[in-house]
Design a protein around this ligand. Structure first.
Ligand SMILES: Nc1ncnc2c1ncn2[C@@H]1O[C@H](COP(=O)(O)OP(=O)(O)O)[C@@H](O)[C@H]1O
Ligand SMILES: [Mg+2]
Length: 278
């Protein structure tokens, strides 16, 4: 498909650096099939279907209130903490194809398989060490040597080790906002999840801390599959390989990030990525 060189989407593609497609075969890590979700009587998701590719970054974009967070939260069953919610359809996690939203699956188990990081850094009021250890305790790991090793590994993966290695017993609250968010990423990574969910992880951070998290995402994706909600189009283009555009609880368009940003198939997607609405 050729683009009109004067169209806004085309200009956008020239201005925006896109994440490089990683090498190697593509494997589906999770399949979302006709996923519907209700908060009580309000239906927030209307049959979303899409693949989540292994060790790739998938960006979820769309105007405020369109269901991005709701969709992301289905993957680790955070909704189950509230009464009156209901799921239909499935999110099948490969290779076992367990349905993450099945009532028969323990949400605690799901949260070990699927880590999550929120918009505002939310470390526990505990030491740096204890924050990262939290998910490991849930997994039943008590051996000090094993804990130490896994905590160091997670902090290294989150690009925080060098900054905190001599002060692991310090309160997490003494860290900067950007460091706290990397600590939350380390905490999510420690149980070695299959999927990492990031819900606008940089929206509370300054540009330097944001750049560090974006670099980190680029490195992490060699080991873990990442789903990220972002309202920042340039960020989605910089760090993701696949993009899902949502509107009013529906998946309007899904595709390779390059395609979504340069040759969207749906007019609504084009309007959104070029900043004409949302
Ligand atoms: N806990 C809740 N109870 C009822 N409705 C909710 C709740 N959380 C979100 N919603 C509604 O679900 C829709 C999608 O919200 P959300 O997933 O937070 O959107 P986004 O992350 O795209 O801004 C909105 O209409 C919102 O008002
Ligand atoms: Mg949200």
């Amino acid at each position: 498909m050729t683009m009109n060189p004067t169209s806004p989407a085309c200009q956008l593609s020239i201005e925006m650096p896109l994440a490089e497609a990683p090498e190697g075969p593509q494997i589906v890590r999770a399949s979302v099939k006709d996923l519907k979700f209700w908060y009580g009587k309000f239906q927030a998701l209307h049959g979303v279907s899409m693949p989540v590719w292994d060790r790739r970054v998938t960006a979820i974009i769309g105007p405020s209130g369109c269901g991005k967070s709701t969709f992301l939260r289905c993957f680790n069953r955070i909704h189950d903490l509230y009464p009156g919610v209901r799921y239909e359809g499935s999110i099948e996690l490969a290779p076992e194809n367990v349905n993450l939203v099945s009532r028969t699956i323990d949400p605690i188990l799901v949260r070990l398989l699927v880590g999550m990081v929120f918009q505002k850094p939310n470390p526990f009021p505990k030491s740096i060490y204890e924050n990262v250890a939290a998910g490991l305790y849930v997994r039943g790991i008590r051996n000090k040597g094993e804990l130490d090793g896994r905590i160091e590994k997670a902090l290294r993966q989150a690009a925080l080790w060098d900054e905190v290695k001599d002060q692991l017993n310090k309160s997490a609250y003494e860290l900067s906002g950007g460091q706290q968010q990397r600590l939350c990423i380390a905490r999510a990574l420690a149980p070695e999840p299959k999927l990492l969910l990031l819900d606008e992880p940089t929206s509370a951070l300054d540009p330097i801390a944001t750049a560090k998290i974006e670099d980190l995402i680029n490195q992490l994706v060699t080991d873990v599959t990442i789903l990220i909600v972002t309202h920042n189009m340039a960020q989605a283009a910089r760090i993701s390989h696949h993009t899902a555009f949502m509107h009013l609880g529906e998946l309007v368009e899904y595709g390779d990030t390059q395609q979504i940003f340069t040759t969207p198939k749906v007019a609504q997607t084009q309007d959104y990525v070029t900043g004409r609405f949302g």
